[in-house]
Design a protein around this ligand. Structure first.
Ligand code: FAD
Length: 470
């Protein structure tokens, strides 16, 4: 009997999401031979296929519709009979996803990266066994292996995903009709973004959150403002409320809830369960391999993305922490560069977090409550969009920019924004924090007028006690 051929590469990457495909490209740029193992029909992972990209496509479409209905008239634009063509909206979303998956495939070809199509299982000796859809297997040995298998949604035992009535992100991005009543279990980023999509398209949306607030972990001021705005927009939000059970029928779901010992039920035609995600380690037998794992089932790594196994690295959602595409990408770059012998390391201090509702939320660094709890002396600077000329021209005056800075050195410790286009406004603060910049650095920088970015400058000046327009 002949033994199966063992293919070799400098780097074998397990998973073709934002972590894995970026690590593959960077490693190839550095002159290494790369094979990326991915079982999905398309590259791009959760982010491109069923996460960031399709959700933002639907957020954009539904926001246009809401703007036409609620705000066009303020600008003197009359629109009669605006209505939704859901199949077209969904087809556009699918097309946007395809542009991105094909883009990643193009980049693989350009960088001469081999895509080993199939389900990968990590074996001892840095070998990945790849089982293709047709049942054939191949074996790939890397001088280094990067695990980038991502994450999967957490299920509730009494609300198992069927993607018909009980939906994960996958089903909630493709509901075939506008629900009459969508119940969202979990008031985090995914629940609020997808809940907003369907509310804007006409669904009644009820968000049930077990914890005392939505968007737990964010700056308190930001959360209060977001909660107020979302309720005003029509989201029904029940915080401090536990989902205790459910009855799933062919045409809907009855969800049992409990708050302060009082029980009730909600009848929905669809339920989105967005209570968190966990590491995807289906192809990795951590115990057999001796791979060190954390308490939450995440792969443990050092600041160069090394696991405890020689030559094995891990990046992205599978390592836990902030489950964000840009964090996965940066960790991918670090792993590839470390493998190529560069003296780099990953640091998580300045990883931004965005919520793409409207208004958007954008945040980086420490919250005010974090800094207060640490006992460090600090100052806060805040500036509202209602005092910004560009925001007034846009008719988008909700929200504010808030800085938390060290009282003595003025170093920016955190920045928290809610308002129009703040996802893009945050970047200058992230850059300033990368350089350990101060509020004064931003406050004395010339910002174009009239722009929303002047709100960032004014909030920084406010931390120094000298905002001009307030
Ligand atoms: P993934 O993207 O999950 O990729 C892992 C890949 O590995 C997958 O393609 C999977 O098929 C493959 N794989 C797994 N196991 C194997 C195996 N054994 N063999 C072969 N292949 C395997 N983040 C943001 O930064 N911004 C956003 O706006 C945003 N929006 C989101 C919206 C939604 C609805 C969701 C669900 C997530 C969103 N995220 C967002 C999070 C983002 O999608 C993830 O953080 C990101 O995809 C993680 O990248 P990754 O490479 O670690 O894992």
């Amino acid at each position: 009997m002949t033994s199966p051929t063992l293919h070799t590469a400098d780097v074998v990457v397990l998973g073709g999401g934002p972590g894995g495909y970026v690590a593959s490209i960077r490693a190839a740029q550095l002159g290494l031979s790369v094979t990326c193992v991915e079982y999905d029909k398309t590259l791009g992972g959760t982010c491109v296929n069923v996460g960031c990209i399709p959700s933002k496509a639907l957020l954009q479409s539904s926001e246009h519709y809401e703007w036409l209905r609620l705000h066009a008239a303020e600008h003197g634009i009359k629109v009669d009979g605006a209505s939704i063509d859901l199949p077209t909206m969904m087809a556009r979303k699918t097309d946007v996803v395809a542009q991105n998956t094909k883009g990643v495939e193009f980049l693989f070809k350009k960088n001469k990266i081999t895509w080993a199509k199939g389900y990968g299982t990590l074996q001892p000796g840095n070998v990945v066994e790849v089982k293709a859809a047709d049942g054939t297997t191949s074996h790939w040995q890397g001088k280094s292996v990067i695990i980038a298998t991502g994450s999967v949604p957490v299920q509730l035992p009494f609300l198992k995903f069927d993607e018909k009535r009980v939906l994960s992100n996958v089903g909630a991005l493709s509901i075939p009709e506008v629900p009459k009543h969508l119940v969202v279990v979990g008031g985090g980023v995914i629940g609020l973004e997808l809940g907003s999509v369907w509310r804007r398209l006409g669904a009644k949306v009820t968000v049930v959150e077990f914890l005392p607030t939505i968007l737990t972990g964010n700056d308190d001021d930001l959360v209060k403002e977001a909660d107020k705005i979302f309720r005003k927009q029509g989201l029904e939000i029940h915080t401090g409320t536990k989902v205790t059970g459910a009855e799933v029928h062919s045409d809907g779901v009855r969800v049992h809830v409990e708050k302060d010992g009082v029980t009730a039920h909600l009848d929905a035609d669809y339920v989105l369960v967005s209570v968190g995600r966990k590491s995807a380690i289906g192809g990795i037998d951590a115990v057999a391999l001796g791979l060190a794992m954390g308490a939450r089932g995440e792969i443990l790594v050092d600041d160069q993305q090394r696991t405890n196994l020689p030559g094995v690295y891990a990046i992205g959602d599978v390592c836990g922490g902030k489950l964000l595409a840009h964090k996965a990408e940066e960790e991918g770059v670090v792993a590839a560069e470390v493998i190529a012998g560069k003296p780099v390391h990953m640091h998580h201090r300045t990883i931004p977090g965005i919520v793409y509702t409207w208004p958007e939320l954008a945040t980086v660094g420490l919250t005010e409550q974090d800094v207060k709890a640490s006992g460090r002396a600090y100052r806060v600077g805040k500036f509202p969009f209602s005092a910004n000329g560009k925001a007034r021209t846009m008719g988008e005056t909700q929200g504010f920019v808030k800085f938390v800075v060290d009282r003595d050195t003025d170093e920016i410790l955190g920045c928290h924004m809610i308002g129009p286009n703040v996802a893009d406004l945050l970047s200058e603060v992230v850059l300033a924090m990368e350089y350990r910049g101060s509020a004064e650095d931003i406050g004395i920088t010339v910002h174009s007028h009239p722009t929303l970015s002047e709100t960032v400058k004014e909030a920084a000046l406010s931390a120094l006690g000298r905002a001009i327009h307030m």
